[in-house]
Design a protein around this ligand. Structure first.
Ligand code: FMN
Length: 207
């Protein structure tokens, strides 16, 4: 059984373009992989660890050879659960709007929990490089943005997500970006979004 984790980063539900792309992608995928299990995590709806002082201390405690207090351990447990739930997946789908050239803050919070030394990435002192510790698996990014075109030097959404996934070991990152999502009349926009839903369905055929 193949386990798919869909991480959704728009709070807009059915009105979300990235969510619509993900629905098109996953429906097409499910048609050809009926036995696979699709888990969904919307970062605006899920309870995520409120990453703060205790978490930042726990993150680097092994480096400073510090013991974790019961308070640290209690704060850290949901972070480890989040990593385990991610690592359980055989394939990852991330649907995500651009917010101020980057990703919405709730997805950043999720990634701040996911990316942990000794758990998801390590360090090779000889090469002075971070190395991913998770097994490689396919990641499909389904991204939306309004005026920031793919390839724009101020695009910190696609390059960031690609880099973060690669940095923890997931190097097979595919991306589909829809842009100018706010430009048209409702009718024009429907046709425009349908075009990206079609591209999402096509991307699903090789996922
Ligand atoms: C808080 C916020 C910030 C945004 N920042 C950008 C931006 O920097 N560049 C851009 O092209 N679009 C930006 N947008 C527009 C969204 O990326 C665009 O409307 C996208 O299609 C929304 O996707 P969704 O419907 O899946 O939520 C922003 C939207 C919001 C709500």
């Amino acid at each position: 059984m193949v386990d798919i984790l869909h991480i959704s980063a728009s709070p807009k539900g059915e009105r979300s373009t990235s969510e619509r792309m993900a629905t098109a992608f996953l429906e097409a995928y499910a048609q050809t992989h009926p036995d696979d299990v699709i888990r969904r995590l919307n970062v605006f709806e899920a309870e995520l660890p409120d990453f703060g002082k205790l978490h930042a201390e726990a993150k680097f405690a092994p480096y400073f050879q510090e013991d974790l207090t019961p308070e640290h351990l209690a704060a850290w447990a949901p972070v480890l659960e989040l990593i385990a739930a991610f690592d359980k997946a055989d394939k990852i789908v991330i649907s995500c709007p651009m917010w101020n050239y980057s990703v919405p803050w709730r997805l950043k919070l999720y990634l701040d929990c996911l990316v942990q030394p000794g758990r998801t990435f390590g360090y090779d002192p000889a090469k002075m490089l971070h190395i991913g510790l998770l097994r490689n698996r396919p990641v499909q990014l389904l991204l939306t943005r309004s005026s920031t075109m793919p390839g724009d030097p101020n695009d910190f959404q696609l390059p960031y997500l690609k880099f973060i996934m690669t940095s923890i070991g997931l190097a097979d990152v595919r991306a589909l970006s829809a842009w100018q999502t706010t430009k048209y009349t409702p009718e024009e926009r429907a046709a425009y979004v349908a075009r990206f839903e079609g591209e999402a369905r096509e991307a699903a055929s090789t996922f």
